[in-house]
Design a protein around this ligand. Structure first.
Ligand code: HEC
Ligand code: HEC
Ligand SMILES: [Ca+2]
Ligand SMILES: [Ca+2]
Ligand SMILES: [Ca+2]
Length: 443
């Protein structure tokens, strides 16, 4: 209904363009997949343009995403563990948004993941990594009855002080992770680790639908244009293709596609073997069709529309976002290309990301390479739906490990290629800073 009105308004504008001052086209964040809802349910809608058949598949996927797994044997959802992190997709991607930065068991089970690795030590593979004995590449800190978690992980936070150019003080929070193996010993001293918050899962099919050539055209690995920003695609292992492929998903673009990302989640986060990641004997616990439905769900969630487009402060904030060069990485507009889900193809979208890796400096570095990404590179986080973060989940946070309690904090952690943009923000007046944040909240 609302969508129809939006279209009508556009047609009306087109009809009287020459006498009126040009009204800005209302940017529909997800093109025809956009949702007009900014409540705590905003991330929970199917793209409104799905065919009836696809809507039915989306509903199956919704059930799969919510399904709570239990240890085998069981008539429903068997296969949890033996070691795992959480029991359902929803349990981490709460209301399809990001999780909370918490570790451990209890009613709020682990939502942060700890990825680990050891350097492989060969000069040919400077970024190479090998699994940690007993831990692999991810720590499963929960286990079913009768099995042992791989380690216990505790999280604490430290604060560091800083000041804006106008003298206003701020404090930045960052995590400290302590890991204890079952026998009470610490992990290897040269172990690398990366703490990761579950990101929101809206609009992911659109991001998958952006043609590779479009992203390649945004790359500037040697910073040929001299703007201090040198984005590049990650290169990762594609399990189905058995070949290296460009990475798109995860905080370091460490997964090549949504199929693999979802199958990895079943296998690593929940301990549920599946067609992509079977048991040693080739069997698996998750049927093909459930995996496919879960993947489709992640592909076909609608993206909430922006709000407060006409607000003068929001407009001023958006102008600052451009002036400071935030858009160099947080690209406001991309076009999707051909895509198996036709409803998502050829859409003009506003994700505020280039899906490329950028070195954000030592403050955010985890020191753990992932695919071709170094220990200080991260994929530009898409910013659509950003303003709904606390509407969806009040205790959530921003950045890859959920460290930022406010949007200001998230921006102030930027360094490396984003140093200039960060300094631009730090030296703004208090009212311009507030306008920039108002703009971010309108997304
Ligand atoms: C223990 C918590 C946890 C569970 C359970 C979990 N996820 Fe995730 N999910 C994450 C984290 C953390 C990331 C980021 C991973 C990274 O950066 O490597 C992620 C990333 C993703 C992404 C990529 C998002 C993006 O923006 O790139 C998708 C898709 C996804 N998960 C789907 C699923 C599905 C489907 C399930 C259930 C089968 C699931 N997840 C279960 C924590 C979880
Ligand atoms: C050089 C590229 C680059 C520039 C320039 C840049 N960013 Fe980012 N931004 C990133 C990357 C990469 C991340 C993810 C970092 C992480 O999670 O550790 C990010 C994360 C964020 C986040 C947190 C998003 C989330 O989902 O948690 C916000 C908010 C943000 N940026 C706003 C800004 C603003 C405002 C500016 C301009 C002042 C800016 N960024 C400039 C690359 C950039
Ligand atoms: Ca299992
Ligand atoms: Ca493990
Ligand atoms: Ca450049």
């Amino acid at each position: 209904m609302r969508r129809a009105l939006g279209l009508g308004a556009l047609l009306w504008l087109a009809g009287c363009g020459d006498s009126e001052p040009e009204a800005p086209e209302a940017p529909r964040a997800g093109g025809a997949t956009t949702i007009d809802d900014r409540t705590s349910r905003a991330f929970a809608y199917a793209a409104p343009n799905l065919t009836a058949e696809h809507e039915a598949l989306h509903r199956e996927g919704d059930a799969a995403f919510a399904a709570v797994f239990v240890p085998a044997p069981s008539p429903v959802n068997p296969g949890l563990g033996p070691a795992y992190n959480n029991t359902s997709c929803n349990g981490c991607h709460l209301r399809n948004g990001r999780g909370m930065p918490v570790m451990g068991g209890g009613p709020q089970r682990t939502q942060l993941l700890v990825r680990v690795s050891l350097p492989d030590g060969t000069p040919e593979h400077p970024h190479g990594a090998v699994p940690v004995p007993g831990l692999g590449f991810q720590i499963q800190d929960q286990a079913v009855y009768g099995a042992a978690p791989e380690a216990s992980v505790t999280l604490s936070w430290v604060e560091s002080a800083g000041t804006y150019a106008d003298g206003t003080a701020y404090s930045l929070r960052s995590p400290r992770v302590a890991i204890v193996l079952p026998d009470g010993s610490p992990p290897p001293a040269n172990m690398r680790m990366s703490l990761r918050l579950p990101p929101p899962v809206v609009g992911l099919g659109l991001l998958e639908a952006v043609a590779l050539d479009t992203l390649r055209a945004l790359e500037d690995p040697a910073d040929a244009n001299g703007d201090g920003v040198s984005g590049r695609l990650n290169t990762v292992w594609d399990v189905q293709a058995r070949a290296l492929a460009p990475g798109r998903f995860g905080w370091k673009a460490n997964s090549p596609n949504l199929h693999q990302q979802s199958a990895e989640a079943y296998f690593n986060d929940m301990g549920v073997s599946n067609p992509l990641f079977p048991e040693a004997d080739g069997t698996f616990e998750l049927p093909h069709d459930i995996l496919d439905a879960a993947v489709f769900y992640a592909q076909s969630l609608g993206v909430p529309a922006r709000t407060a487009l006409a607000d003068a402060t929001v407009k001023r904030g958006e102008a600052k976002f451009r002036d400071l060069g935030c858009v160099t990485c947080h690209r406001d507009t991309l076009e999707t290309g051909e895509y198996p889900v036709a409803e998502l193809a050829h859409q003009r979208i506003h994700p505020y990301s280039d899906l490329l890796l950028h070195d954000l400096g030592p403050g955010l570095a985890d020191g753990r390479p992932d695919g071709d990404a170094t220990g200080s590179e991260w994929r530009t986080a898409p910013l659509w739906g950003l303003g709904l973060t606390h509407t969806i989940l009040p205790y959530s946070g921003w950045l890859h490990d959920g460290r930022a309690r406010s949007l200001e904090e998230a921006v102030l952690w930027h360094g490396g290629e984003a140093e200039r943009a960060r300094e631009g923000f730090r030296t703004l007046s208090a009212s311009d800073r507030a306008a920039l944040v108002r703009f971010l909240q309108s997304l």
